[in-house]
Design a binder for this molecule. Structure first.
Ligand code: SF4
Ligand code: SF4
Length: 329
């Protein structure tokens, strides 16, 4: 089993990917939200609904890392390190182990034993944790709501944050007596979770589904460092050189934008408005930045610059080739 100290080290350079399977109304999405709220680092979560009605299968995804650049994606989790199943009837209905690498964890709200679960899921290379969350829910909460309880079981096998941090997140989200009962329920779940390590949990590949790093494009605007990250590109110098012709986003544009240096007053309005950083500037001998031209390999012909230019220093010309032939006269 991975220790909290090992997990902290892993989270410095990797993402922990989680997936929750539930039925509509069981609170699977709340469980994923609580993971992000309780985590000390950076996290994102996304739900995925099918038919929006009570009882239909739902999924939600969580990415957590101490490295903020590693969680910046809104895709669903394809290779989870742990999957939590809030409703045991989903085991035979949904491929709940899809994408879990050997050594990953399947956490199930069930009274079934490990052998039965292995037979149902058809795999023996994932570790299994079980918790009778329904029983705990009925005894402590008085109703069949198991979404917080499954988190107690998750923390038992994946110490991504402490049980106290989870309790704090629950106290923030819920009010009064119900918050206290949920905290009591997760602590009991943590103690009562049964674990079956069928393969080496410490051998799990934590590089799975970890995206290449994002890099912010620094526009150099006053105060830009205070803003949330925006305008990001995939950046891996060995794969895609930033701003290179390999990322030829200008290829789909219909127009070539033409810049008239004589008319241009260097007001920089086109530079501010261009969504693709396709307005090029360079620092002159006077130490100031000056308009240099338009990067046609990244300009997508949105014409924002043309419309904003106060002196009509930007015009447009239809590109040659099929796109131009297809355009109306
Ligand atoms: S047309 Fe759009 S993408 Fe191209 S330079 Fe102007 S503002 Fe940028
Ligand atoms: S908006 Fe027009 S005048 Fe201002 S920098 Fe751009 S091209 Fe030059």
């Amino acid at each position: 089993m991975i220790t909290p100290e090992q997990m902290k080290e892993i989270l410095k350079e990797h993402v922990i990917n989680l997936r929750f399977h539930a039925r509509g109304g069981q609170g699977g999405v709340t469980a994923s939200n609580l993971c992000v709220e309780a985590f000390y680092g950076y996290g994102v979560c996304q739900p995925s609904f099918g038919a929006e009605r009570m009882g239909s299968p739902t999924e939600s995804y969580v990415r957590l890392s101490a490295n903020e650049d590693l969680v910046r994606t809104n895709e669903q989790v394809y290779a989870p390190h742990a999957v939590s199943v809030l409703d045991p009837s989903l085991l035979g209905e949904i491929d709940v182990t899809a994408g879990i690498a050997p050594g990953g964890w399947l956490i199930v709200n069930t009274t079934m034993d490990q052998i039965t679960i292995q037979q149902v899921i058809g795999r023996k290379d994932v570790n299994i944790a079980t918790i009778d969350a329904l029983n705990i829910a009925m005894e402590i909460l008085g109703r069949n709501i198991t979404n917080t309880i499954i988190l107690g079981a998750l923390l038992r096998v994946m110490p991504i944050f402490s049980i106290d941090a989870l309790a704090d997140a629950i106290m923030q989200r819920f009010k009064g007596e119900i918050a206290g009962k949920n905290v009591a329920a997760i602590k009991r779940a943590f103690e009562e979770t049964c674990t079956y390590e069928t393969s080496e949990a410490s051998d799990i590949d934590f590089s799975l589904d970890t995206k290449i790093r994002w890099q912010q494009v620094y526009p150099g605007l006053p105060g830009y460092k205070d803003l949330d990250k925006a305008g990001v590109w995939y950046c891996d110098e060995d794969v895609i050189e930033i701003g290179s012709k390999q990322v030829n986003t200008g290829s789909w544009g219909e127009w070539d934008m033409i810049w008239d240096e004589e008319k241009c007053t260097d007001c920089a309005q086109c530079w501010y408005i261009c969504p693709d950083f396709a307005i090029m500037r360079e620092k002159g001998e006077d130490g100031l930045w000056h308009m240099k031209g338009i990067d046609q390999s990244h300009c997508k012909s949105c014409q924002n610059c043309l419309e904003i230019c106060p002196v009509e220093a930007i015009t447009k010309k239809l590109k040659q080739g099929p796109a131009a032939c297809a355009a109306p006269e």
